[in-house]
Ligand binder design. Structure first.
Ligand code: PHE
Length: 336
């Protein structure tokens, strides 16, 4: 065979071994490997041309011995490098830096927990849009045209008719337009207000909206659902109380408190010694809201409630400043 005849394979092997064993660095070793074992090496070319068993055995034998020599030399060079490092005072037996495992952001953990509880009660998780029309965010929710919350000082406007939603309540509107009742949904997501960041305010925050629309719903259903939800979240011994309030899109409207889940209602710093923690807003869907989405309030009734996720996270973990959620300092986030 030509390729066999043209090369003195004994000399080839000796020359290769000399180059491999004499390599003084990883790159020299690599050069030798490429030259004598690489795809374009005489050995590789001859191996590709081999047609008979004897030549194959000869060449494969050379290849195996050279590969073993490369490995051995690699090992030697590594040991030499380690020893050199050790001589210079570096302790090469110290374990490497552990790779930090990622984890879900605390707010994401709580959001998922909330979603799971609602899923367990038969609710649909609704993925609302953060950009809303002024009609969805205000008008359809029967918010007064002159209300200060509409002003440029409180709301981020994208143009005259479009805003970054200031609460998750516009999801009520879209959901009622897109679904045929009965509707049971929970919509968690980011909301935006032009607040200056401080310990308890952030221009971006997370709210959760819950909406139930069905026939024959009563205020007792609202109360029962809120109670069941917060017991699932904070423990079965929690109680809920409602205080009358006002929202443009609910009538009647309430704000609800949960017995303090830090002290159990006895009174502590977290609940300002009242035993109660303010949790969110709720109410009976206003008939005008139903009319705005072409539902007949004589046929359909509903309740809605909303609350913030940061507040829950802060209270539950005793965090003093909500800016920590957005600063993404791993020393803080890694604790949860
Ligand atoms: N959207 C209201 C807020 O941002 C909360 C709310 C939701 C009130 C649903 C009533 C019903 O404060």
């Amino acid at each position: 065979m030509d390729s066999l005849a043209a090369v003195d394979w004994t000399a080839y092997e000796q020359e290769a071994l000399k180059a491999i064993e004499g390599a003084l660095s990883e790159s020299e070793l690599d050069d030798a490997r490429v030259k004598y074992l690489g795809r374009k090496s005489e050995l590789a070319q001859a191996l590709r041309a081999v047609r008979d068993r004897e030549s194959g055995m000869l060449l494969n034998g050379i290849r195996a011995r050279l590969e073993a020599a490369v490995l051995a030399r690699e090992h030697d060079l590594l040991r030499v490098a380690y020893e050199a490092a050790a001589d210079s005072g570096v302790d090469v037996t110290i374990p490497g830096h552990p790779v930090r495992r990622g984890r879900l952001h605390l707010l994401t953990q709580i959001r998922r927990e909330i979603e799971d509880i609602f899923l367990g009660m038969g609710y649909e998780v609704w993925d609302g849009a953060e950009v809303a029309t002024t009609w969805e965010n205000f008008d359809a929710l029967t918010s007064d045209p002159g209300h200060p919350s509409r002003s440029q000082f409180d709301t981020f406007y994208l143009d005259d008719d479009t805003v970054l939603r200031t609460h998750t309540s516009p999801d009520q509107i879209r959901a009622m337009q897109q679904r045929t009742p009965p509707v049971y949904l929970v919509s968690p997501g980011r909301c935006y207000r032009r607040d200056t960041p401080d310990a308890t305010h952030s221009p971006i925050f997370l709210q959760v909206e819950c909406l139930a629309v069905d026939r024959g719903i009563t205020l007792a259903d609202l109360q029962g659902t809120v109670l069941q939800f917060f017991r699932a979240l904070f423990g079965q011994e929690r109680e809920v109380r409602m205080r009358t309030s006002f929202f443009p899109f609910t009538e009647p409207s309430v704000e609800f408190d949960v017995t303090c889940f830090i002290c159990g209602g006895r009174g502590c710093g977290t609940c300002k010694h009242s035993g109660w923690i303010e949790m969110g807003g709720a109410g009976w869907v206003d008939p005008d809201v139903f009319r705005n989405v072409d539902l007949d309030p004589a046929e359909w009734q509903g309740f809605a409630f909303g609350f913030g996720i940061e507040r829950i996270a802060m209270l539950r973990h005793g965090l003093p400043d909500l800016r920590a959620f957005w600063e993404n300092d791993l020393r803080v986030l890694g604790q949860f």
